[in-house]
Design a protein around this ligand. Sequence first.
Ligand SMILES: Nc1ncnc2c1ncn2[C@@H]1O[C@H](COP(=O)(O)OP(=O)(O)OP(=O)(O)O)[C@@H](O)[C@H]1O
Ligand SMILES: [Mg+2]
Length: 238
Amino acid sequence: MEGRRILEDLSFGVERGETLVLLGQSGSGKTTALRLINRTLDATSGRICIDGRDIRQLDPIELRRSIGYVIQDFGLLPHWTVEENVSLVPRLLGWEMDKRRRRARELLNQVGLDYQEVHQRRPYRLSGGQKQRVAVARALAAEPGLLLFDEPFGALDPVTRHEMQQQFLILRKQYNVASVFVTHDLLEALALATRIAVLDRGKLEAQVTPGEFITLRTPVARSFLDTLPSGLLDRCAD
Ligand SMILES: Nc1ncnc2c1ncn2[C@@H]1O[C@H](COP(=O)(O)OP(=O)(O)OP(=O)(O)O)[C@@H](O)[C@H]1O
Ligand SMILES: [Mg+2]
C-alpha cells in the first residue's frame, strides 16, 4: 500500500553564497525536505544533486559528513566537551589534533564564544544560546559546501536571535557556503533569504525573492504576512 505523500513536486536550487529559506506552517514538510537532502530519508521519486552529482550515488555517511546540519534542539552530544562536539566531523575525517584544535578555537570565537572559557565544558553547563552557537560552529567545522539549518534560532531570545542571524550572514559570506534554512518566522526569512520557498502541505506555493514575497497574494504567504504588526510593511516601504 502506498503511504501518504508528505512532499510533492518540490523543486529548488541553491548556489554557494545563497540561502534558500523554506517557509511553511508546522507539518508542511520542511524538516522532511532537509532530511531528504542529507539522506536520513530517501525520496520515493525525484532527484537531488549536489555539485552536479545525484546524492543516491554518494555514500550516505560521507554525504552527511560533507553537510553542516543544525537542528532546533542543538543535537550536541551530552557527554562530550564543547571542543569535542565541534571537532566531531573533523575527527571522523581523520584531521590531526593540532588542526582540529585550531579550527575549534577559530570557529568558537567566530560564533561569539570565548574558546578558553567554554571549550572544556559539557553542554549542560551552557545556556541555550551558547549551545546553539556551539551547534553552528560544529556545522561549519569541516568546511562544508552546504548547510542545512532547521529552525536553529527559534528558541532564542530576540536579541540573541538577531545576533545569530547577523553572524550567519557573515559566516555565509566568509565560507561562501550554500544553505537551506528552515523557519516559520517571516522576519527571519526576509532577513536571511536570497530566495524564499513557501511550502503549503508539502507543495511549493511560491518561490520568490524577499522583495517579491511581500507582494504575494497566495494563501500561505498572506497568512504569514498577516502575522506582521499592521503597518510594518508600509513603514518599511517608506
Ligand atoms: N517519519 C515519519 N513518518 C510518517 N510521517 C511523518 C514522518 N515524519 C514526519 N511525518 C509527517 O510529515 C508531515 C511533515 O512533517 P515535517 O516534520 O517535515 O514538518 P515541518 O514542516 O518540519 O513541521 P514543524 O514546523 O512542526 O517542524 C507531518 O504531517 C508529519 O506528521
Ligand atoms: Mg520541522
